[in-house]
Design a binder for this molecule. Structure first.
Ligand code: ADP
Ligand code: MG
Length: 399
């Protein structure tokens, strides 16, 4: 994987006095016109800081919500401006169409945010006309939005072909971390895959069995694999129409030399709610009318043992219904072990996925992992082994 970074551009003296169009992720949660979580906004700080320090004027391009190519004031990026100014610690101008004059008015080191790029129908169509109009007000293009890199849109893909293109700091960190986890990882590699359903993660499982030495399957999807072995999972979440698919994945894993680890014991309950009466049983002994909601202590010990023997871990999906106590236990304990190994310098650990990030935060280990991706869809497509158009465009720009 080869792409240019801010350092390459600075070393070549290409930023001083130039206008950089920087695609960023400002799709932050907003309630009653106020930004309620600034995490994504904070991730763009290093890029904006370094571009300004190199003497560039910064034009921020971003989408917000799904306005589907139409102007929709409820999805205006104006509402993130006050928070953005605070997070960046500088004034941020705003333009909603009058691009040329607003950019001309920027002082050196100035920052301007353009209105929601998805108000223009050309954005999601990856339209050359819209991209050219944007390119006409800038000198260079910087992509710092990994989370949008799985989309070939005008500001995530096309612009990289129209202007000298490079990765921002957040994009660079994400690609470097992901490269270490699956691109060119140090073996042995373990993947932990959990979550609700096999059906949403078929491509991911198919890709991983060819790339990793150990595949830990947990969560609801493990039930489908257990059922495929003839185990009665009773009332558990299980995709009975996918038993053949589960057997195919298991066969593919065996052919590729990948060991699949399924739960040995499980925590079961009769109801899907917090703190119901529970039992811990061997997977063969799930009582009729009960459902599997978490992996049991033997299973967790097995996962810990496997992780201890690995150099690299990539993780998506919780091992149980972690939102409800006590079914967060297996996820938390496995995550704490991964965090310990990472802190000791024995493991490179990369995790991602909406619920996974929530589960790791709940376990209090998010800061101890080597890298946590908040990219959602882009992270999953990357785990599926897909080429992300936004990343491919940066690579082709690097020659
Ligand atoms: P991510 O968002 O990280 O990709 P998923 O959305 O695939 O993760 O999976 C998370 C969901 O899986 C959670 O809502 C969790 O409750 C559910 N889940 C995990 N284990 C079970 C289980 N045994 N039974 C039912 N749901 C489960
Ligand atoms: Mg989810």
């Amino acid at each position: 994987m080869r792409f240019k970074t801010i350092d390459d551009m600075t070393a070549a003296g290409m930023l001083d006095g130039k206008v950089v169009l920087a695609r960023v992720d400002l799709n932050v949660p907003v309630e009653d016109g106020r930004v309620t979580d600034r995490t994504r906004m904070e991730r763009i700080v290093p890029t904006v800081r370094d571009l300004r320090a190199a003497g560039a004027k910064v034009v921020l391009l971003a989408h917000f919500g799904r306005p589907k190519g139409e102007v929709n004031e409820a999805m205006s990026l104006r509402q993130v401006l006050p928070a953005l100014r605070e997070v960046l610690g500088t004034d941020v101008a705003f333009a909603d169409g009058d691009y040329t004059d607003s950019v001309k008015a920027l002082p050196p080191g100035g920052v301007i945010l353009f209105e929601n790029v998805r108000f223009n129908p050309g954005e999601e169509r990856n339209d050359g006309g819209f991209a050219k109009r944007l390119a006409s007000v800038g000198d260079l293009y910087c992509n710092d939005a990994f989370s949008a890199a799985h989309r070939a849109h005008a500001t995530t893909e096309k612009l990289a072909h129209l202007l000298p293109a490079f990765a921002g700091r957040a994009m660079q960190a994400e690609l470097e971390a992901l490269g270490k986890a699956l691109g060119d990882p140090q073996p042995p590699v373990a993947a932990v895959v959990g979550g609700a359903k096999v059906s949403t993660k078929l491509e991911l499982l198919g890709n991983l069995v060819e790339r990793v030495q150990h595949l830990v399957i947990g969560g609801g999807m493990a039930n489908t694999f257990l059922a495929a072995q003839g185990i009665d999972v009773a009332k558990s979440l299980c995709e009975h129409d996918l038993l053949d698919t589960a057997r195919e994945i298991a066969a593919k894993a065996e052919g590729a030399g990948c060991t699949i680890l399924l739960p040995r014991d499980v925590v079961v309950a009769e109801e899907f709610r917090a703190n119901p009466p529970t039992r811990t049983v061997a997977v063969e002994d799930v009582p009729a009318g009960w459902m599997i909601l978490d992996a049991g202590p033997d299973s967790v010990a097995h996962v810990r043992q496997v992780l201890s023997g690995c150099a690299t871990l990539v993780w998506n999906g919780p091992l149980g219904a972690f939102e409800m106590a006590p079914f967060d236990a297996a996820t938390t304990q496995a995550a704490q072990h991964a965090a310990e190994l990472t802190r000791a310098g024995k493991l490179v650990s990369v995790a991602g996925g909406g619920d996974t990030v929530a589960a790791l935060n709940k376990a209090g280990v998010a800061d101890d992992f080597t890298y946590i991706s908040t990219a959602g869809g882009a992270f999953l497509e990357w785990m599926e082994g897909k080429t992300l158009p936004g990343v491919a465009a940066l690579e082709s720009a690097a020659g």
